[in-house]
Design a binder for this molecule. Structure first.
Ligand SMILES: [Zn+2]
Length: 412
């Protein structure tokens, strides 16, 4: 990275922290997903001052209502698209989300007031993902103020409702054809690894039917909970089979320390509901769970497999699926992966391994629909940052390194 950009960033960490503090003070908590118009209106002049053209993209109310799966969500869904055309051959899309999870209990300081202590920054969203948004603004400002020019045209997408799952702002922009570029950086993860893949997610629901009766004469009825037992046993057999598979993608480095070397598929039973009273034979038992799909599998294949197993049972129960985000992957030898890893090395001196995420990410939807090669790299450390918990925090040094990483990527 150019020395003048590095020096500029080192001399302007106050600006970075000021922007971060201002972003954190917008309580963009989802659910309900509030203060989106306010935070976007705050960001627009910042990008315009740096020569970007900005679009304030509101998800139409009818689309929002049709796609909403969580009734606690309400209000305007305002997303920001900021574009800078420098006449470069290639366009880099940079994405993250503006919403944060609710603060919850147990904070040592106000979650919406940035608190710097013991070399760390505390506040809801410092890692996930407002630190990256502040870092992006600081990086762009440093590139421009030092008289440099981005080597890519830039397409910045800052969006809504990532934290609630389902149809996020990025999904809407994707469906509208507004996710464009030759390569894409998603800033929504930790800085433990450069993430080049993720699992897909399917949630499922099995309904076992029986017949209610007085439990003193239970032979007159049909006990749905007892009928669910062999179904659960069959699901657990399938679980063993599924979870013996491995992706070719390495697992996150913190999982590798626990002995999980590679991304793996998962089948869980996570909810069970049946019966209304001890002396009534239950007529219904509902099992719910999820299936995590590695990039080598397909969503359809995973659903077929489970459907076939359920259909082979003596009296097959009803089975329903709710597919979420698909799996994502990029060839580890793709030049974009090397470029992102090089930028991290340039900025921090750290040699980054690449890995896949066991979780899911809305970036995967954009990647699948657009085919743009995507890498994910953000702020925070899985083991120490308490992301989504109380006292979410990032090392101040990590926050200050991030704009250097972006500047190295954007300006070379
Ligand atoms: Zn996030």
């Amino acid at each position: 990275m150019n020395m003048s950009i590095r020096r500029y960033l080192d001399g302007n960490t106050d600006y970075l922290m000021k922007v971060l503090a201002e972003l954190i003070a917008f309580e963009t908590v989802a659910p309900p997903g509030k203060n989106y118009p306010e935070v976007v209106d705050y960001l627009i002049p910042k990008f315009q001052d740096m020569g970007f053209r900005t679009d304030r993209i509101v998800v139409p109310q009818e689309v929002f209502e049709a796609k909403r799966r969580d009734s606690r969500l309400f209000g305007e869904r305002v997303n920001l698209r900021a574009r800078l055309d420098v006449g470069a051959e290639e366009t880099l899309a940079i994405y993250t989300h503006l919403d944060v999870v609710p603060p919850g209990e147990g904070w040592s300081s106000d979650p919406f007031a940035l608190d710097l202590r013991e070399g760390r920054a505390f506040g809801r969203g410092v890692c996930d993902c407002k630190g990256a948004v502040a870092g992006l603004i600081a990086a762009l400002r440093a590139v421009i103020k030092t008289g440099h020019q981005p080597k890519y045209n830039l397409e910045v997408l800052l969006t809504t409702d990532e934290e609630v799952g389902g149809y996020s702002g990025l999904c809407y922009l994707t469906d509208e054809g507004l996710v464009r570029g030759d390569k894409m950086l998603c800033m929504d993860t930790t800085s433990d690894d450069v993430v080049i893949g993720s699992n897909g997610l399917i949630t499922w629901e099995v309904t076992v039917r029986g017949m209610a009766a007085h439990s003193g004469a239970s032979f007159m009825g049909e006990n749905a909970i007892e009928k669910a037992v062999p179904i659960m046993a069959a699901l657990l057999d399938l679980k063993v089979d599924i979870e013996s598979r491995r992706s070719s993608l390495p697992a996150n480095s913190s999982l590798r320390e626990l002995g999980i070397d590679r991304l793996m598929p998962i089948l869980n039973i996570t909810m069970i509901n049946g019966g209304i009273k001890e002396n009534i034979v239950p007529d219904r038992c509902v099992l719910k769970g999820d299936r995590r799909v590695i990039p080598e599998e397909t969503m359809e294949g995973a659903m077929d497999e489970m459907e076939r197993m359920i259909a082979s049972l003596p009296s097959p129960p009803e089975l329903k699926f709710h597919p979420g985000y698909p799996p994502m992957s990029i060839d580890p030898d793709h030049p974009w992966v090397a470029e992102v890893r090089d930028a991290v090395r340039t900025a921090t001196g750290r040699e980054m391994s690449f890995s896949g995420m066991q979780g899911t990410i809305d970036q995967a939807y954009a990647t699948k629909v657009t085919g743009i090669p995507s890498c994910v790299y953000g702020i925070g450390r899985q083991i120490e940052s308490n992301i989504h918990g109380p006292d979410e925090n990032a090392r101040i040094s990590d926050l200050c390194d991030y704009p250097k990483f972006l500047a190295a990527l954007i300006a070379g």
